[in-house]
Design a protein around this ligand. Structure first.
Ligand code: ADP
Ligand code: GN1
Ligand code: MG
Length: 369
């Protein structure tokens, strides 16, 4: 065992017949704590890998509900993949039980754990280097949505209430500014003013949902590029991961959030803002991929709002980062002081850039249709 310090105490309680050979922190998620475990299988003698995750229970306060959603959705997706002749081990997540037969385990310190089989020969990207990657991500999230088209939405628990309710996010942000519990608001007046001057935009989509003009679907709700696994050799999209936020939602949330994260020309936490812009080439590639799967079900009203959804989801994420900064960085994992503020500033740069490109985005959408 090369890294004994990274072996969580729950590992012996996993129902895995074999010997642990390695364990290491894995991935760049902002919420859960992920480990990659390597085993030597007792049955076949071959190496096998697993993804063990400590669920962030500050963010997901009802882990049993969350796991119920995931188990049921994975079972459903498995059937869909089998029906089209695909390989469910590569195209969906497979949960691994603990020795008590459950998919969720609390350790002695009250931490909460779950485990998946590692999707073999996969890779995820924090940043899209080529339009092919973005088109692949578009296809992956589009297909994911189509696969869940017939899933009974009323069966899903709402794992984070009001997750993409942008008026409610905006109200949380205003409250954090008002309370200013750490005295940080004075130093970020420019950022606060930027978001406040766009208040009306936060209120544009939610009423359409409430009036029934936009259909409620089963959506992923966290469609960051690194939540898609690609084939390490061919870069073909394989599998959508991070299913914690599957809930009833709008198609616009999944489309918009992917572009926020994947069409930026720089990392989400880039400090040199001159490197941050919104790439129309990436927008076109993603749109093409997404529509190739979803075109037949999206309504005219949904289609018309796709370009705006990229801006809306970027605005939402921007105020979430700033709110967390004002409240003392308790939600998103940070790796340096001011990390959430840096993230907020890249979102501002992207929003401002999208505003100058909105007509071109509409033209591209028309071309893709
Ligand atoms: P977080 O909620 O913290 O973002 P994720 O579930 O997205 O956690 O996992 C973090 C990263 O681990 C993902 O971005 C992906 O790269 C990788 N990952 C997650 N599940 C698997 C899996 N079953 N097989 C291979 N890689 C995975
Ligand atoms: C979080 O879990 P991860 O890193 O894939 C967050 C998303 C944000 C994203 C910003 C449950 O995603 O909503 O858009 O960070 N997930 C949750 O990078 O809050
Ligand atoms: Mg993730």
């Amino acid at each position: 065992m090369s890294n004994p310090q990274y072996v969580p105490a729950v590992v012996p309680r996993l129902e895995i017949p074999g010997t642990l050979t390695d364990a290491a922190p894995f991935g760049n998620g902002h919420i859960n704590t992920t480990y990659l475990l390597s085993f030597l299988s007792r049955d076949s003698g071959s190496p096998q890998k697993y993804i063990l995750q400590q669920i962030n229970t500050q963010v997901f306060q009802e882990p049993e509900h969350l796991m119920e959603n995931i188990f049921s959705v994975c079972t459903y997706l498995r059937q869909r993949v089998l029906a089209r002749g695909g390989d469910p081990e590569q195209e969906t997540l497979t949960l691994v039980p603990f020795s008590n037969g459950e998919h969720l385990l609390y350790d002695n310190e009250g931490r909460c754990w779950r485990c998946y089989r590692y999707v073999e020969n996969s890779v995820s990207y924090d940043f899209a280097d080529t339009p092919q990657i973005m088109e692949g991500a578009g296809r992956a999230f589009g297909r994911f949505q189509m696969d869940l088209d017939g899933y009974p939405a009323e069966k899903l628990w709402e794992t984070i209430p009001h997750f993409h309710d942008t008026p409610s996010r905006y109200a949380d942000f205003c409250r954090a500014v008002e309370e200013d519990s750490l005295g940080r608001a004075d130093s970020v007046q420019e950022e606060i003013a930027f978001w406040k001057s766009r208040e009306a935009d936060f209120y544009r989509v939610q009423p359409l949902l409430e009036e029934g003009r936009l259909p409620l679907r089963v959506t992923h709700n966290d469609t960051k590029l690194n939540n898609v696994l690609f084939d390490r050799d061919t870069n073909a999209p394989l599998c959508v991961v991070d299913l914690d936020t599957i809930m009833p939602g709008l198609s616009l949330y999944d489309f918009g959030d992917s572009l926020r994260a994947g069409a930026s020309t720089a990392a989400e936490d880039e400090r040199d803002l001159s490197r941050v812009s919104f790439s129309l080439e990436m927008f076109e590639a993603f749109t093409r991929g997404f529509l190739s799967e979803t075109r037949s079900v999206l309504t005219e009203e949904e289609l018309a709002l796709l370009p705006f959804s990229a801006k809306l989801m970027t605005m939402e994420c921007g105020i979430r980062f700033l709110t967390d900064y004002l409240q003392g960085d308790t939600y998103f994992k940070i790796h340096r002081p001011g990390h959430n503020l840096d993230r907020c500033r890249t979102q501002m740069k992207l929003v401002a850039d999208m505003e100058t490109k909105s007509r071109e985005m509409m033209d591209i959408l028309r071309r893709c249709l």
